[in-house]
Design a protein around this ligand. Structure first.
Ligand code: ASP
Length: 355
C-alpha cells in the first residue's frame, strides 16, 4: 500500500542540528534566541549535502550506502584540508563542489538527471559572504563544472545570473572545460528518465523524490562565509524550467553577518518561500540562531506549503545546522573538533540530533 505523500512527510519529519546549538532551537526561550555574538568563533567549519529525498535505509543497498559515505567523506576531507591550511571560503566551496560534480553518484555535473528532452541542463550558484557578491548560471549545457562557471560570473562579469545559450557563450569565453554528452550520461539517470517517460504524473512525482543536488557551505579561517549549490534539477523537467539551486536567496546565500546556506529539495517550493534568504532574514532581523532560523524556513514556511527538502548552514561563529523535512539528506560536516557523515534520519518524527 502506498503511503500518501503528506503522511510520509509528517512521519519522517526530521531535524538535524550540530555545532554550538546545544538544544533544538525551537525549545529555546525567546530571551536566549538572539544571535550569540559573544560566542567564541570556531577556526573553521564546513557542511556539505548531496541531495535530500524520501529515501530510507531500506532504499539503498549496503554497497550504495558505502559508496555515498565514501564520496561524501572524500569531498569533506578536501574541504577540511583546504580550510585548515587557510584557504578562502569561496575557493573551498568551488573545489568541493567540483569534486561532487565529477562524481556520478550525484545529480550535478556528471550523473545529472535528464530533462524531458533527454539532455542535461545544469544549474549552479555561488555566493561570497564577505563581499555579498554572487554568481549563477541556469540551463547550461556541455560544461563540466557549472559551479566554476558561476564563480566566473561572480568574479569576472558585471552581472550575477546567466541563462542557457548566453551562459554557454560566457563559459566558452572564460575558457571553461567543455564536456560531451557521454561525460554526463549515467545509467542511473537514464533509467530514471526512461521510467519517468512511461509513468503517470503522480508516479513521476514519486520518482522526483530521489534527487542528488550538491551543495557546500563554509566558514573560513579569516571569518568569511561562502556557499554554493550545483544540480541537474529534477528528472524530466521541462525545457527551460529553473529550480531553486541557481536562484540566489532561494537555493544559495552567504552573508558574513549571518550565515551561509545551500538548499536541496523540491525547487519550486524553495523559490516560493525564498528559503535561503528567509534563514538569513530570521537571523539578521529576528535575531534567531542558525538552527532555529533553518527550522522556521524549512518547517514553518517551505514545508507548510507542501514542499520537501532541506538546507545545510554555517554561521559566523562556526555553528552548523543540517535541517530537512524529508526522510533522508546526504550530508557531512566538519569543524576542527569533529566530523560526521549521515544519510538518514536517526529517528522518526521531528527530533533533534545534537553533536
Ligand atoms: N532543488 C533542486 C531543483 O529543484 C533539486 C534538488 O535539490 O534535488 O532543481
Amino acid at each position: 500500500m502506498k503511503t500518501s505523500y503528506f503522511s510520509r512527510l509528517l512521519l519522517f519529519a526530521v531535524v538535524f542540528s550540530v555545532g554550538f546549538l546545544s538544544i533544538g532551537c525551537g525549545e529555546q526561550s525567546s530571551s536566549s534566541e538572539g544571535a550569540d555574538s559573544s560566542a567564541e568563533r570556531r577556526a573553521w567549519a564546513i557542511a556539505i549535502h548531496g541531495g535530500a529525498g524520501h529515501f530510507g535505509e531500506e532504499d539503498l543497498s549496503d554497497a550504495e550506502q558505502k559508496a555515498y559515505q565514501a564520496s561524501l567523506s572524500n569531498a569533506l576531507q578536501r574541504g577540511e584540508e583546504m580550510l585548515s591550511s587557510g584557504a578562502g571560503g569561496v575557493d573551498v566551496v568551488e573545489a568541493v563542489i567540483r569534486l561532487l560534480e565529477d562524481d556520478s553518484l550525484f545529480n550535478a555535473g556528471r550523473g545529472a538527471v535528464f530533462t524531458a528532452e533527454g539532455v542535461q541542463e545544469l544549474d549552479a550558484s555561488i555566493a561570497d559572504g564577505a563581499s555579498r557578491n554572487c554568481g549563477a548560471v541556469t540551463g547550461v549545457r556541455g560544461f563540466k563544472h557549472p559551479i566554476s562557471v558561476a564563480r566566473s560570473v561572480m568574479d569576472s562579469s558585471e552581472h550575477v545570473f546567466f541563462s542557457g545559450h548566453g551562459a554557454g557563450e560566457f563559459a566558452s569565453s572564460m575558457g571553461h572545460e567543455p564536456a560531451s554528452n557521454e561525460w554526463f550520461w549515467t545509467k542511473k539517470a537514464f533509467d530514471r528518465y526512461e521510467r519517468a517517460k512511461s509513468k503517470s504524473q503522480k508516479e513521476e512525482d514519486a520518482l522526483a523524490n530521489k534527487r542528488g543536488t550538491v551543495g557546500c557551505v563554509v566558514l573560513d579561517k579569516s571569518g568569511h562565509l561562502a556557499a554554493g549549490t550545483s544540480t541537474g534539477g529534477m528528472t524530466y523537467k521541462r525545457h527551460g524550467r529553473i529550480g531553486d539551486s541557481p536562484v540566489i536567496g532561494a537555493g544559495t546565500w552567504a552573508d558574513d553577518r549571518t550565515c551561509a546556506i545551500s538548499a536541496t529539495g523540491w525547487g519550486e517550493y524553495f523559490i516560493r518561500t525564498g528559503v535561503a534568504q528567509d534563514v538569513h532574514a530570521r537571523m539578521l532581523y529576528g535575531k534567531q540562531l542558525l538552527g532555529r532560523a533553518c527550522r522556521g524556513a524549512i518547517f514553518d514556511e517551505m514545508g507548510s506549503l507542501g514542499g520537501d527538502g532541506g538546507v545545510v548552514g554555517v554561521d559566523a561563529q562556526g555553528s552548523i545546522a543540517l535541517v530537512c523535512n524529508s526522510a533522508g539528506m546526504f550530508r557531512a560536516w566538519a569543524t576542527p573538533e569533529e566530523r560526521g557523515v549521515a544519510m538518514f534520519g536517526a529517528t522518526l518524527e521531528g527530533t533533534v540530533e545534537v553533536h
